[in-house]
Ligand binder design. Structure first.
Ligand SMILES: [Zn+2]
Ligand SMILES: [Zn+2]
Length: 304
């Protein structure tokens, strides 16, 4: 008998935790850099030395994205059967006569390089070609980092962000990464010291930087919004954000569909479409005409 058989959820949870770990370290660098101007630095001048100093963090983050993906693929395999994860031949299995059964952990499981093959052999549908290419190129980077101690690897911050978002979207197409990220921030150790109250502020800030950093096609694929479309405040995020110390003006929500009379506003952080009213804002200096259900202008945030 085998005991402690892992469930798909065990792997998905651990995989997402690693993804969040990689994201957290990378996003902190981006958020810090985003404040360069505020602290009186010339962004163009400090960009090269800043990102050169971040090299080790970025390569490590990318290898952690890869580990996260491996765990999630294991979860996909366990959906089919946990037993096909066992890679040893029967002659090398632990004795089946041990009292209390054999812990699943006592078995050697399939190597990372074979995960896709095992999945694609037994699954109803194989992984897509692009996903497999990205998976293998991440593995190559990881191997170089491990073998050359990362001396010859140069990873751009956009590459880490792109890989994390691509992998999350491919493996959990129904989810929005930023919604997941906000939940992680709400449960962060720092939330016991009050940082959880800023989960929406931080998530929206990160999302805003990511929209600036990535190409329009990537923004559409990962956030479900058009980079070039006019953005509005999300009524739910505006409500949820902590505005004690700062004015909340992170605009990420878009009208869906993009049309003059559209009353649906999609927010990638909520991963939800909110109903809005199309009326001109009462503020003279504001040209906004998208108003929340509780009468707030979603362009300038003033109450109507
Ligand atoms: Zn929102
Ligand atoms: Zn307004």
């Amino acid at each position: 008998m085998i005991i402690n058989i892992p469930t798909p959820a065990d792997y998905y949870t651990s995989g997402k935790e690693l993804l969040n770990f990689a994201w957290d370290t990378t996003a902190k660098l981006l958020v810090e850099f985003d404040q360069a101007g505020f602290y009186g630095f010339d962004e163009a001048e400090i960009s090269d030395p800043y990102w050169a100093a971040a090299k080790r963090t970025l390569t490590t983050a990318l290898t952690i994205v890869q580990q996260a993906v491996e765990l999630i693929i294991k979860g996909r395999i366990v959906e089919i059967s946990p037993y096909i994860l066992i890679s040893d031949p029967p002659s090398q299995w632990p004795s089946p006569y041990k009292e209390g059964g054999i812990d699943f952990e006592a078995f050697r499981t399939v190597d990372a390089q074979d995960l896709i093959r095992v999945h694609d052999t037994f699954a109803q549908a194989p992984f897509g070609t692009h996903f497999v290419q990205k998976f293998h190129s991440l593995r190559r980077v990881r191997n170089v980092v491990m073998h050359s101690a990362g001396k010859n690897v140069s990873v751009q911050v956009a590459e880490v962000i792109d890989n994390a978002l691509y992998m999350h979207k491919s493996l959990f197409p129904e989810e929005s990464w930023f919604q997941v990220r906000r939940e992680f921030l709400r449960r962060d150790p720092g939330s016991h010291l009050g940082s959880g109250e800023y989960a929406t502020n931080t998530t929206c800030w990160e999302a805003e930087i990511v929209v600036r950093l990535l190409e329009p096609s990537q923004v559409t694929a990962y956030l479900g919004i058009d980079k070039k479309q006019r953005k509005y405040l999300c009524p739910a995020c505006l409500d949820d954000a902590n505005t004690d110390a700062e004015h909340f003006e992170r605009k990420l929500a878009v009208l869906a569909p993009k049309a003059p009379g559209s009353t649906n506003l999609y927010c990638p952080v909520c991963n939800h479409t909110h109903t809005v009213v199309r009326e001109d804002c009462a503020e003279v200096n504001c040209e906004g005409n998208v108003i929340s259900g509780d009468n707030r202008c979603l362009t300038c945030s003033s109450w109507q």
